[in-house]
Design a protein around this ligand. Structure first.
Ligand code: NIG
Ligand code: FE
Length: 410
């Protein structure tokens, strides 16, 4: 099956084959072509260039009507398998309670775990599928999904099986992460729970092949650096990589330990500074920032500019979850990063595409306009003439169509 997109006003986000991520000053450049065409063959980008291209033996033709064609967003950090919502806590927050105060009263993550426990796998799947669909309609073409609302072995496995089913049914790549160490499960002491994660959950998850990565919420009041090291080592024994929640509430050495253990990403980083930047320099770990949760919780935004100035790359992700970021809208993430973290629109797009793909181990598959990659693409409305319009007019619809593997999805 061959499809040609013609009459593309600007083809955006072109990268050479093998470029896995962008770092430091590289992030400020987005390669484009004006008045371009792009050919998709069997779901993958086969060719592109300026002008009209050859129309020989095309099965389908898409008239882009002068719109921009950009790589679909790569959302490398979400928690979209959850039951119901936590709208009650939204009201508590309005009354002045902080995220930590809600958690220490037994709400927060434990609240979601209680609800998930009494929800069937089928219902969980239905609820999460609605979220995935909405995300794809908003231009997301690859998603990482974490467990972490089970907090007991059977419920963590239930979540991961839902993620597996989503992956089987979705037209986009889904990356599964085991986040057993999200909070201490009810009925366990801290020590007992970390033992359960390392000795029971990880072997079961590995046995069923349910996760590619382990994650740990390594922060004040949750899990320690020592826990992190144990859990990463346990995951590694079963061939799992690591993506770590770090430096959201306090700088306790999580980034150093995660980098040392070879984590693929460290995520949140709202309170990260020089110490974390020094640890990340020269590593393969992608710092990942989540402005949606800073916005929703009213906490500081991660110091993206300092990271980029130090020569590091950053990824941006939605953190879509019921407690700290009930939205998977990557365009809004892009806008927040420009408005509140002072990224340029080019940096923001690179952080939401190729660097997000890297943070999932998928940069050979998605995240840029590159020959051989999956044709997961956003076609903008013809009125969108520049990249800047996307984060600037952040509430004006900008998508004309989303294509997944070259097929029109919405
Ligand atoms: O990434 N910070 C830890 N975990 C999630 C929030 C989970 C929740 O509150 O349900 C996050 O923000
Ligand atoms: Fe998270």
């Amino acid at each position: 099956m061959r499809t040609i997109f013609r009459n593309i006003g600007t083809l955006v986000g072109i990268l050479p084959e093998g470029k896995a991520r962008l770092q430091g000053a590289e992030m400020s450049h987005v390669e484009t072509l004006q008045d371009a065409y792009l050919i998709v063959e069997d779901g993958r980008i086969a060719d592109f260039g300026t002008g009209h291209g050859t129309f020989a033996k095309m099965d389908e033709e898409v008239d882009a009507r002068g719109g921009m064609l950009i790589p679909a967003f790569c959302d490398s950090h979400t928690h979209i398998v959850y039951a119901g919502s936590r709208e009650g806590e939204f009201l508590d927050k309005i009354e002045g309670l902080s995220y930590e105060e809600i958690a220490s009263r037994g709400g927060g993550i434990l609240n979601s775990a209680d609800l998930l426990h009494s929800t069937s796998e089928k219902d969980l799947l239905e609820q999460a599928s609605v979220r995935v669909r909405e995300m794809m309609e908003k231009g997301t073409g690859a998603i990482e999904i974490k467990s972490g609302y089970g907090l007991r072995t059977e419920d963590e496995l239930k979540m991961l099986r839902v993620i597996r089913t989503i992956s089987e049914k979705s037209p986009i790549p889904i990356v599964p992460t085991f986040l057993g160490a999200h909070a201490i499960g009810r009925g366990f002491t801290h020590g007992e729970y970390v033992d359960e994660v390392c000795n029971k959950m990880i072997p079961r998850v590995a046995q069923e092949g349910l996760a590619s990565f382990v994650d740990v919420f390594c922060d004040r009041g949750f899990f320690t650096v020592e826990d992190l090291e144990r859990i990463m080592a346990a995951g590694k024994r079963f061939g799992m990589g690591a993506k770590i929640h770090a430096d959201e509430l306090e700088s306790i050495g999580a980034v150093e330990a995660a980098v040392k253990g070879g984590a693929l990403s460290v995520d949140h980083l709202e309170v990260a500074g020089k110490r974390e930047i020094d640890a990340l320099r020269g590593s393969d770990t992608m710092p990942t920032m989540l402005p949606g949760s800073s916005f929703f919780l009213g906490i500081p935004f991660a110091p993206a500019r300092e990271f980029i100035k130090a020569g590091l790359g950053i990824a941006l992700a939605s953190d879509y979850n019921p407690g700290s970021s009930p939205s998977g809208d990557m365009r809004f993430v892009m806008a927040l990063s420009c408005i509140r973290m002072k990224l340029t629109p080019s940096e923001a797009l690179n952080a939401c595409t190729i660097n997000g793909a890297y943070a999932m181990g998928l940069s050979h598959e998605v995240g840029s306009i590159t020959r051989g990659k999956r044709a997961n693409l956003i076609l903008t409305r013809p009125s969108v003439k520049s990249l800047t319009m996307i984060p600037y007019a952040y509430n004006t619809p900008f998508i004309d169509a989303v294509f997944l593997d070259g097929k029109r999805f919405s």
